[in-house]
Write a protein that binds this ligand. Structure first.
Ligand code: NAP
Ligand code: ZN
Ligand code: ZN
Length: 347
C-alpha cells in the first residue's frame, strides 16, 4: 500500500479537508500517476452531498485528473515514466460484455468501476483525484497531447468527453443547429466543441451575464431562459439540445424548441426525476435521451480533437484549501468555467 495525501469529505455535510488515503501497490498492469491538477465537477458535489444516494465516507472525489506517469507495472506496455496522462470517470470495466467490446465501457453491462465511490475489483471503495497520486490500470489511462497545457487539461476528462460524446452521436455538424442549456463546466465545453464540430451554436443560460464569453467560445446566439420571449422566439428551432443543468428545468418548454426529429439529450443529473410531458414529444416526433461520459477510445479521440482544434477549457486554478469555497461557488452558478485544484498545494 502507498499512503498518499488527499482531500476528503468525512460526511455528506462536511468540508473537504486534508487526510491520508491508501493506494494499492502498483500491480503488473498498473500505472502510478503523480497528479498535478484535478478539476472540480458538479458530480463531485452531488455525490458527496448524497444527491444520488448513500456513500461510504470518508470519500475523496475528483474524476478530472491530469498528471505524469511516475511508475509502471511489469506488464505495462502503453505508458512510460514521465508521460503526461489523464484519468476520467472510470478506472475499470468487465472488458467482456458487448458494450465493453464495442469500446463503450461507460455502458458496461455489469457497471463500470467509477473513479471514486465505486467498489473496485479488490473490494475496496475507489478514491478519486483530489489527491497527490493514483494507481490505475493501464487501459483506463489517457494520453494528454503535448499541445494541451497540463494545467488546463483536466476538465476535458469529464466535462469534455461528456459533451463531445453526445455531440458526435447525434451529429453536431455543419448545417445543424445545436442549443446548449446551462453554461457552466460541461456547458462551456459543449459550446466550444459543438462550434469546433461545425454546428451553429446557441446558448440558453439563466441570464445574459455570460453572453460575451459564450460568443467568444463560438456561440452565434445567446438567450436568457428567464425571459419567456426566448421560448416563443425559438419554438421548433433546434436539431439537438444538450441540457447540462444540474437542477430540474421545465421539460415542456425546452422540448418545444426541437424541430422535426430533434433530440434533447440530458447530461445534467439532477437529484430528482425530470417530468417529461409525452405530448411535447409527439409534436415533431421529438426524442428525449440521456448520455453518460464516453468510452476510453472516444475520450482519446476527444483529447486529440481538442489538441488539433485548439479547444481548451476555461479554468480557475485554486489551492486545495479552497475546495469547499469553490464548491459553494459552483452551487451558485458562479464558476467561469471550471475550478481546477493545483495539487502542488496539497502538501
Ligand atoms: P456546473 O458547472 O454547475 O454547470 C451547471 C450550469 O447549469 C450552471 O452553470 C448554470 O448555467 C445552470 N444551472 C444551475 N442551476 C440551475 C437552475 N436551477 N436552473 C437553470 N439552470 C441552472 O455543473 P457541471 O459540472 O457542468 O455539471 C452539470 C451537470 O451534469 C451536473 O448535474 C453533473 O452531475 C452532470 N454530469 C453528468 C455527466 C454525465 O455523464 N451525464 C458527467 C458530468 C457531469 P447558467 O448560469 O448558464 O444558467
Ligand atoms: Zn464529472
Ligand atoms: Zn463490460
Amino acid at each position: 500500500m502507498l499512503n498518499v495525501t488527499a482531500y476528503a469529505a468525512a460526511s455528506p455535510t462536511a468540508d473537504i479537508l486534508p487526510t491520508t488515503i491508501e493506494r494499492r501497490d502498483v500491480g503488473p498492469d498498473d500505472v502510478l500517476i503523480e497528479i498535478k491538477y484535478a478539476g472540480i465537477c458538479h458530480s463531485d458535489i452531488h455525490t458527496v452531498r448524497g444527491d444520488w444516494g448513500a456513500q461510504t465516507y470518508p470519500l475523496t472525489v475528483g474524476h478530472e485528473i491530469a498528471g505524469v506517469v511516475a511508475e509502471v507495472g511489469s506488464a505495462v506496455t502503453k505508458w512510460a515514466v514521465g508521460t503526461s496522462v489523464g484519468v476520467g470517470c472510470m478506472v475499470n470495466s468487465c472488458r467482456e460484455c458487448a458494450n465493453c467490446r464495442a469500446g463503450l465501457e461507460q455502458y458496461c453491462e455489469g457497471g463500470n468501476v467509477g473513479t471514486y465511490g465505486s467498489i473496485d475489483r479488490d473490494g475496496t471503495v475507489t478514491q478519486g483525484g483530489y489527491s497527490t497520486h493514483i494507481v490505475v490500470d493501464q487501459d483506463f489511462v489517457l494520453r494528454i497531447p503535448e499541445a494541451i497545457d497540463l494545467a488546463v487539461a483536466a476538465p476535458l476528462l469529464c466535462a469534455g468527453i461528456t459533451t463531445y460524446s453526445p455531440l458526435r452521436h447525434w451529429n453536431a455538424a455543419p448545417g445543424r443547429k445545436v442549443a446548449v442549456v446551462g453554461m457552466g463546466g460541461l456547458g462551456h465545453m459543449a459550446v466550444k466543441l459543438a462550434h469546433a464540430l461545425g454546428a451553429e451554436v446557441t446558448v440558453l443560460s439563466q441570464t445574459l451575464s455570460k453572453e460575451a464569453d459564450g460568443r467568444a467560445f463560438g456561440a452565434t446566439r445567446y438567450f436568457a431562459t428567464s425571459d419567456p420571449a426566448t421560448f416563443s422566439e425559438l419554438t421548433n428551432e433546434f436539431d439537438l439540445i444538450i441540457n447540462t443543468v444540474s437542477a430540474e428545468i421545465d421539460m415542456r418548454a425546452y422540448l418545444s424548441l426541437l424541430r422535426l426529429d430533434g433530440v434533447l439529450v440530458n447530461v445534467g443529473a439532477p437529484p430528482e426525476p425530470l417530468p417529461v410531458p409525452v405530448f411535447a414529444l409527439f409534436t415533431n416526433r421529438r426524442s428525449f435521451a440521456g448520455s453518460s461520459i464516453g468510452g476510453i477510445a472516444e475520450t482519446q479521440e476527444m483529447l486529440d480533437f481538442c489538441a488539433e482544434h485548439g479547444v481548451v477549457p476555461e479554468t480557475e486554478l485554486i489551492a486545495a484549501d479552497q475546495i469547499t469555497e469553490a464548491w459553494l461557488r459552483v452551487l451558485k452558478s458562479d464558476v467561469r468555467y471550471r475550478f481546477v485544484i493545483d495539487v502542488a498545494t496539497m502538501v
